[in-house]
Design a protein around this ligand. Structure first.
Ligand SMILES: Nc1nc2c(c(=O)[nH]1)N[C@H]1C(S)=C(S)[C@@H](COP(=O)(O)OP(=O)(O)OC[C@H]3O[C@@H](n4cnc5c(N)ncnc54)[C@H](O)[C@@H]3O)O[C@H]1N2
Ligand code: MOO
Length: 404
């Protein structure tokens, strides 16, 4: 059987980096920056007030209470404020530019709240610089604020907007065609007859592709018919595609449509030393003079998604420029004893108690146990050479997304 790492390397070698595109800020969430973003301006761009109150010279405040004339009002956004004459105060709002000549702001609570055109009486002293946000305190002009490779979450998008970027250069998302096969499959929402099941791999893998930063195109599943499989595929490949991802039809049965269609057309089918996810295929399919990468996942739902986690997710994330393609990994102790097949790396579904560092199996090893997978927040690994794991043994744990 082919070692897991060898098959992972084969799949990694199929999918190239995607290149870049420009998107509007509103479309940038979860995208990955493809070019350094430097700020053309300082943040804050000008010295401004941190409080609603009165701009003053700190040195003018002595002999309390002290009363000063208030000749000006400076709301946020005022752009023509005159300088502050010695011995006066300007009423000022949070975010408004500090008048030239002022060096501090007294918050309104420390005064009688005197109006512009009248006077204000101040009860307490302030230090020079107090309640003033200096120009460039956050970002200096020319500073590299977001390096290429940054994952754009809310804070990063906020910063990009603050420095004036309306668009960002990001990695293009890998385009993945998702196609399920099986004559027993029926669309969710339609009634089942005996012998039929709902098609679950397609929606599951499309969601996994999107979650890995890709752009999934989910095709309607096809029956176990090679001609129909190939015509569906060829029609779909008229649109640009970075990867074809199939599920089902790859093991040893009499109607293995994916294997029958692809084996003579550039895709190698192998047994990988893994459970679940033993039957795998990878290669390139020629379409209209282009070579399109293909990964064929096994049909059992848990095999499909676990194989995606092991072989496809890190490759899609790397192709899409993600700085951390792999799932975060930790060590934890298993809560109970387990058995695992000799010569196959087992990936079990688990729930991690991060406080005690304990991982508990969710469900048995069977690759049809989709409900257990849906209740798991991690996978944990039992090595190829291990057949029995005693309770309390430390294992590698891959953190999936928290179960919401
Ligand atoms: N004689 C052997 N039989 C099997 C072997 C083997 O080595 N020798 N391997 C087993 C293992 S391990 C796996 S995994 C499966 C993989 O089979 P296929 O990839 O060919 O998948 P199918 O036979 O098409 O389906 C397997 C199973 O999964 C269900 N399925 C398939 N597609 C979907 C879908 N889109 N949505 C929901 N469920 C799906 C299907 O109904 C079957 O129950 O082969 C073993 N057999
Ligand atoms: O390898 Mo299969 O994926 O065990 O069920």
């Amino acid at each position: 059987m082919r070692p897991v790492e060898e098959h992972a390397a084969t799949v990694a070698g199929l999918v190239a980096a995607t290149g870049s595109e420009t998107v509007r800020l509103a479309d940038a969430r979860d995208r990955i920056l493809a070019a350094d973003l430097s700020s053309p301006l300082a943040l804050p761009p000008f010295a401004n007030s941190a409080m609603d109150g009165y701009a003053v010279r700190a040195a003018d405040l002595h002999g309390f209470p002290v009363t000063l004339p208030v000749p000006e009002d400076v709301p946020a956004g005022r752009v023509d404020g005159p300088p502050l004459a010695p011995g006066t105060a300007h009423r000022i709002m949070t975010g408004a530019p500090l008048p030239e000549g002022a060096d501090a702001v007294v918050q309104v609570e420390w005064t009688d709240g005197g109006l512009p055109g009248a006077t204000v009486t101040v009860e307490k002293a302030v230090d020079a610089g107090q309640n003033v946000r200096g120009a460039g305190e956050d970002v200096t002009a020319g500073e590299l604020v977001l390096p290429a490779g940054t994952v754009l979450g809310p804070a990063q998008i906020g910063l990009a907007a603050a420095v004036g970027a309306a668009e960002l250069v990001v990695h293009r998302r890998p385009r993945v065609l998702v196609l399920s096969t099986g004559s027993e499959l029926v669309a969710p929402g339609e009634p089942l007859r005996h012998g039929q099941i709902h098609e679950s791999n397609g929606p599951m893998l499309a969601a996994a592709v999107d979650d890995a930063g890709g752009e999934a195109r989910l095709l309607r599943f096809v029956p176990d018919d090679v001609a129909e499989f190939l015509s569906t595929l060829d029609a779909a490949l008229e649109q640009p595609t970075d990867l074809v991802l199939t599920s089902g039809g790859v093991s040893a049965g009499a109607y293995e449509v994916v294997k029958d269609a692809f084996a003579p057309r550039g895709v190698a089918f192998v047994k990988v030393a893994m459970q679940p996810g033993m039957p795998q295929g990878a290669g390139c399919y020629e379409h209209a003079g282009h070579s399109v990468p293909v990964v064929t996942l096994p049909g059992n739902p848990v095999s499909s998604l676990v194989s995606f986690e092991v072989f496809v997710r890190p490759v899609l994330r790397a192709a899409g420029g993600h700085p951390h393609p792999d799932r975060p990994r930790v060590r934890a102790r298993v809560s109970e004893s387990l058995r695992s097949p000799a010569g196959r790396r087992q990936l079990r579904r688990g729930r991690l108690d991060a406080v005690t560092g304990t991982v508990s199996p969710v469900g048995a090893a069977g690759s049809h146990l989709l409900a257990a997978l849906a209740h798991a927040d991690c996978l944990f690994v039992v090595g190829e050479d291990v057949t029995e794991v005693a309770a309390g043994t430390e294992v590698d744990v891959w953190l999936l997304d928290p179960v919401r």
